[in-house]
Design a protein around this ligand. Structure first.
Ligand code: B16
Ligand code: MG
Length: 219
């Protein structure tokens, strides 16, 4: 059978950690007098931790010393991890196990391509660490999405050319990164936001095994 490389983003695709990022960023922003809404949080999806804090400070027109910046970054991550540490398999998003099993049964290589430096801890918590042949996350990339680096590394890890790879992503920046890498981009979420994706599904419950089979079979 034909082989494709299937690359999964983590937050918003495999688990919904966006809500925990939201709680932690909101607490932090408000502690320094900057308001922070769920709409603001949308703009941080797929964005690295450092860039997220930079954006929040820009929105609040605030400048910090390098030392304060690092302190706040650490504080946000500690808060975020207090939620992550309580995560269980129940937080895997609907039908993700079906998709992973289908691809495994059809001998398709799978990788993780996430901006998160906490990706391995989260995968361990939800017991999915061993599902991926290659894990590329915020600890091994220097360029943030929409730069294609994370997905190109993941393709290398799967020993497949980018054109043979398919990316599942919930952020526009991630879709742009996949497109720049020359991969097939599949948006998971809102089609009015993920306008540049080759395909969009509201969530994995809307994606059939037949669709996956077609992706595998295409040359
Ligand atoms: P961390 P993804 C991204 O994960 C999140 O969407 C984004 O909100 C977060 O700021 C980023 O990871 C960094 O996460 O603080 O854990 O290093 O969607 O690329 O899996
Ligand atoms: Mg994401």
């Amino acid at each position: 059978m034909n082989k494709k490389g299937f690359i999964f983003d983590l937050d918003g695709v495999i688990v919904d950690t966006a809500k925990y990022h939201y709680f932690a960023w909101k607490k932090l922003a408000e502690s320094i007098g900057i308001s922070f809404t769920e709409a603001d949080n949308e703009h941080l999806k797929g964005v690295s931790r450092i860039r997220s804090l930079e954006k929040i400070l820009e929105w609040g027109d605030k400048e910090l010393s390098e030392e304060q910046f690092q302190l706040l970054l650490n504080r946000k991550n500690e808060d975020y991890l207090s939620f992550v540490n309580k995560m269980t398999q129940d937080e895997i998003l609907p039908d993700v196990p079906r998709i992973l099993n289908f691809l495994k049964e059809n001998n398709q290589p799978m990788a993780l391509g996430s901006a998160s430096k906490n990706a391995r801890s989260i995968l361990t918590k939800v017991n999915l660490l061993n599902e991926f042949q290659s894990i590329v996350d915020g600890t091994n990339v220097t360029m943030a999405k929409p730069d294609p680096e994370v997905f190109l590394h993941a393709a290398e890890g799967l020993h497949l050319p980018p054109t043979k790879c398919v990316v599942f992503e919930d952020s526009l920046a991630g879709i742009q990164a996949a497109n720049k890498a020359g991969m097939t981009s599949i948006g998971i979420g809102d089609a009015t936001i993920l306008t540049e994706a080759h395909y969009v599904f509201k969530d994995f419950t809307h994606m059939s095994n037949k669709f996956l089979y077609q992706l595998i079979s295409e040359s």
